[in-house]
Design a protein around this ligand. Structure first.
Ligand SMILES: [Zn+2]
Ligand SMILES: [Zn+2]
Length: 508
């Protein structure tokens, strides 16, 4: 293999050609690490990598809405970037994967270039493009830093006993529906029994190479199918769209009345619906509601699994998630359990959506550099030495600053110029109204957009009624779940279940 060739990971598949079924795969831990890394990815990253065809409920529509909304509807220009290209809080792990399909570069540092900046003493930096310095200037890319203070990554050992998330030098078995466990004779025998294999000789063993592109496709299949390996091997086309995602089952979350109920609830929305509850056209909402939808894009897949036990209506990533605390537990590195089971958000990504789902946010990272902030602004990462240099011929220090090191701290990209708010919302919402369609297209409220929706629905206006609804925290959480599972999110949660079922029957 040529040195510059893109990396691949070889996986051995055990195939029953007669039944056209991959029974299971045998792999090294490199492949398991890549599978587990899916759980650290923010939903927005997954939608982006799958080219807005993730088929996770209405999430693709939510993403497109963020793309199409003008930046004036966001707190800052950086907010839009945070939603469309969210960072992965576990990136220091993921950058060590044999194949990392997430192409965000989280260690790019943006800094206000102005050496006489009025906010100079803040030592503010950012990982998000278009972050605005307190002085009002837009921060610029200063290249990549190698490591933040407190990053605990270790280089992979030579024997490679330690993987990224997984340890040990053994083989793993991955079932067709992505259950992961260390390979053993007893497991193999139980799988043979499960699939009625009397003579293992009929199984063909095929080594397939997974490239970055194929891993991305596998991610998509694992969101849409219960047998991603079989479909991968036999090259079954991924369905373009799944119209069967009508309405999700009504096993909604038990209502938890806690202290947050009051604080986070009270989202007032107005809906336009049929008088007989058979359809909902759209909701008229404010920025807080939109923030609960958009914020989902920054939430890591593993956190969604933790809250809802699933992240798509048809996939099998729930099995992968359960393996971490189940079949594969013994071989998941201790320090990685929580990184996968309850992944956090990067600094400043916390928002209304993450608070409802109780996803924690990392504290702003710090970066100690061996130079004063002015010298860093001039020399960037490549020439921090200038701060210490002495010009012998002219007998003077290039930098007269006495303090020769500084601690850079991540600034909040959500704060507007001159803004004093705490700043955790993405959407600039207090004075703006939005229209949200049943399949979660979000538009600024205008008569043109509402008239269009009503006329496209082809419903007599006399059959329509407008209602005001105050959503509690648990209702918002149900909505968030429905975003991932249903194509008509609003009506599946806000209309009475019986009527919806009827509508569903009609559709089939
Ligand atoms: Zn500045
Ligand atoms: Zn200096």
């Amino acid at each position: 293999m040529a040195k510059n060739e893109a990396p691949t990971i070889g996986v051995k598949l055990f195939v029953d050609k007669e039944k056209r079924k991959v029974l299971f795969a045998e792999s090294d831990k490199e492949f398991i690490d890549v599978l587990f890394s899916f759980l650290t990815m923010p939903l927005g990253t997954i939608v982006r990598l799958l080219d807005k065809k993730s088929q996770m409920g209405c999430l693709d529509e939510v993403y497109k809405s963020v793309e199409d909304l003008s930046t004036e509807y966001f707190q800052t220009k950086a907010c839009k970037a945070m939603l469309l290209k969210p960072l992965n809080a576990a990136s220091s792990h993921c950058c060590r994967l044999r194949i990392n399909i997430d192409d965000t570069v989280p260690r790019v540092v943006y800094v206000c270039k102005d050496t006489s900046c009025s906010a100079h003493s803040d030592n503010g930096i950012s990982s998000i493009p278009d972050t605005v310095c307190k002085c009002g200037k837009v921060m610029e890319s200063f290249g990549q830093c190698r490591k933040y203070d407190g990053d605990t990554e270790t280089a992979p050992a030579a024997c490679s006993e330690e993987g990224v998330f997984v340890k040990g030098c053994l083989k793993f078995i991955v079932t067709d529906d992505l259950q992961v466990a260390p390979a053993s004779t007893s497991l193999m025998m139980s799988l043979f029994e499960k699939f009625g294999v009397r003579d293992p000789a009929v199984l063909e063993q095929q080594v397939v190479q997974f490239s970055s592109e194929k891993i991305t496709c596998l991610l998509k299949r694992s969101l849409t199918s219960k047998q991603p390996l079989t479909e991968h091997y036999f090259d079954v086309p991924v369905p373009h769209d799944d119209a069967s995602l009508g309405t999700l089952a009504q096993d909604l979350n038990p209502k938890q009345e806690d202290g947050d109920e009051e604080r986070l609830g009270n989202l007032k929305i107005r809906v336009l619906q049929m008088k007989n509850n058979s359809a909902l056209l759209y909701a008229e909402v404010d920025g807080d509601f939109v923030d609960c939808l958009f914020g989902l894009l920054s939430i890591p897949l593993g956190s969604v699994m933790k809250s809802f036990g699933q992240c798509s209506a048809k996939g099998c990533l729930d099995n992968l998630y359960k393996s971490i605390d189940g079949g594969a537990k013994e071989f998941v590195r201790q320090d990685c359990q929580s990184v996968l089971l309850a992944p956090k958000l990067p600094p400043w990504f916390g928002c209304r959506a993450s608070k409802i789902l109780q996803v924690d946010e990392l504290a702003p990272r710090e970066l100690t550099i061996n130079a004063c902030f002015s010298c860093f602004k001039i020399g960037r990462f490549s020439d921090c030495d200038r701060c210490h240099r002495y010009d012998y011929s002219r007998r003077y220090h290039i930098c007269t600053n006495k303090v020769k090191s500084s601690k850079l701290c991540e600034a909040n990209p959500k704060i507007q110029i001159g803004g004093s708010e705490k700043g955790d919302a993405y959407v600039n919402g207090k004075h703006t109204k939005f229209v949200v369609t049943d399949d979660l297209r979000v538009l600024p409220l205008s008569l043109a957009s509402t008239v269009k929706i009503v006329s496209e629905a082809k419903i007599q206006t006399s059959n329509l009624v407008e209602k005001e609804i105050t959503l509690t925290k648990s209702q918002v959480m149900e909505l968030q779940r429905a975003v991932l599972l249903s194509r008509n999110t609003l009506s599946s949660v806000l209309l009475p279940p019986k009527k919806i079922k009827k509508l569903n029957h009609l559709r089939y």
